[in-house]
Design a protein around this ligand. Structure first.
Ligand SMILES: [Mg+2]
Length: 378
């Protein structure tokens, strides 16, 4: 039986740069013009092809060039020859080979799951335990330096069924944040589910006053108000405010999560494949979070359609990630993507795609047509 399982014969890597249609001010690492990613194409014996994506962000996990080198130089010997049905063994071998580089490892893992799904006829969600949901509520981030442009987007998106909006606060002066939040509640009332994300912008000194101020706009959660190391301050906010505190930068992986739980530093967590190193690790984190009573939120860095398809499959099969996802890049930010067809968004939700593997169609031709290739190997 084992002898009939395909093994990986070839790995092609593409370092790509994609144009984006709007500037994004995030507090750290403002993004404008383009984003870079690494795309992974694996070919197994018999000609089966699987795709993965390592969406590194230099202020968060790694550089795209670093992810490319980790895959090309260090992980290539581990990936080539690996049976496609030994994914956990692959993760262990990758960890023994190179430290960190969670985005490169997440990209390799999703390419293996895509191969295994296509080989078996099952979706990645089925390989991860099966769907518990068919759609995932989609959150759009209000992060344009030009707030009026974002407000105009909301006026188009709310009638189209979008309800979840995450405002990137702490980038501009506090009084401007207050004015923007007031403008949003004035325009849309309680029809929108508002979340706030400080991306670590506040210092613990004085932060409580700021958070009590914005709290009057009834956010569903406040994400990462202070730098990641300030878990005691996070615990203070979580204890003092009725509004839940969500940990993003403070919670990359299961080790971080144990500390967050032990110190009661958050009420919820943002789960990102690029932070934790893939779908199996994301589900392992959620086992801890479920046990501690913390719901999950499907966060992103600057993933395109391949990595977001993996995130969609994972969340479809992970009950505890109940706060929606921010997989809005392909429909709202990227001017073009490498998929032959984008994953459907309907009524303010991402529709989990049917079909085997990641449930998307990508080809070398669609990659070459849909992105600027800065480097390639293999
Ligand atoms: Mg965040």
């Amino acid at each position: 039986m084992t002898s009939t399982v395909p093994t990986v014969e070839r790995m092609q890597l593409f370092l790509v740069e994609s144009p984006i249609r709007m500037a994004r001010a995030q507090g750290v690492g403002a993004v404008k013009g383009t984003v870079k990613r690494v795309l992974i194409r694996l070919t197994a014996t018999g000609g089966l092809v699987g795709w993965g994506e390592a969406a590194a962000w230099e202020v968060f996990t790694d550089t795209a060039e670093g992810a490319f080198a980790a895959l090309d130089v260090y992980l290539r010997p581990v990936i080539l020859g690996q049976p496609i049905n030994r994914v956990r063994d692959l993760l262990a071998r990758m960890d023994r080979t190179v430290v960190g580089h969670t985005d490169a490892k997440a990209g390799a893992e999703m390419a293996f799951f895509d191969l295994l799904g296509r080989h078996s006829g099952l979706s990645v969600a089925e390989l991860l335990g099966g769907r518990v949901r068919d759609t995932i509520p989609l959150s759009f981030s209000i992060a344009d330096p030009d707030f009026a442009a974002d407000l105009a987007r909301m006026h188009a998106m709310v009638p189209a069924g979008n309800r979840l909006f995450k405002v990137k606060t702490g980038v501009k002066p506090h009084r401007e944040d207050m004015a923007h939040l007031e403008a949003i509640r004035d325009a849309f009332g309680d029809t929108v589910d508002l979340r706030l994300d400080y991306n670590q912008a506040l210092e613990p000194f004085g932060a409580m006053t700021v958070l009590r101020d914005v709290d009057r706009f009834r956010p569903t959660f406040i994400e990462q108000p202070v730098p990641r190391r300030h878990l005691d301050a996070m615990a203070g906010f979580a204890a003092a405010l009725d509004t839940p505190i969500l940990a993003d930068e403070s919670c990359f992986d299961a080790t971080d999560l144990l500390e967050v739980v032990r110190r009661q530093a958050a009420d919820a967590i943002s789960v990102k494949l690029m932070k934790c190193g893939g779908m199996l690790r994301a589900q392992a984190m959620m086992a801890i979070a479920d046990t501690a009573g913390l719901p999950g939120y499907g966060g992103t860095l600057w993933e395109g359609g391949i990595a977001l398809a993996a995130g969609t499959q994972m969340i479809a099969a992970t009950p505890g990630i109940s706060l929606g996802c921010e997989f809005y890049m392909p429909h709202h930010v990227l001017t073009e993507d490498v998929l032959e067809e984008r994953v459907t968004n309907r009524d303010g939700a991402v529709v989990v795609p049917d079909g085997p593997g990641l449930g998307i169609r990508v080809s070398e031709a669609s990659v070459r047509a849909g992105a600027r290739i800065l480097a390639e190997a293999g």
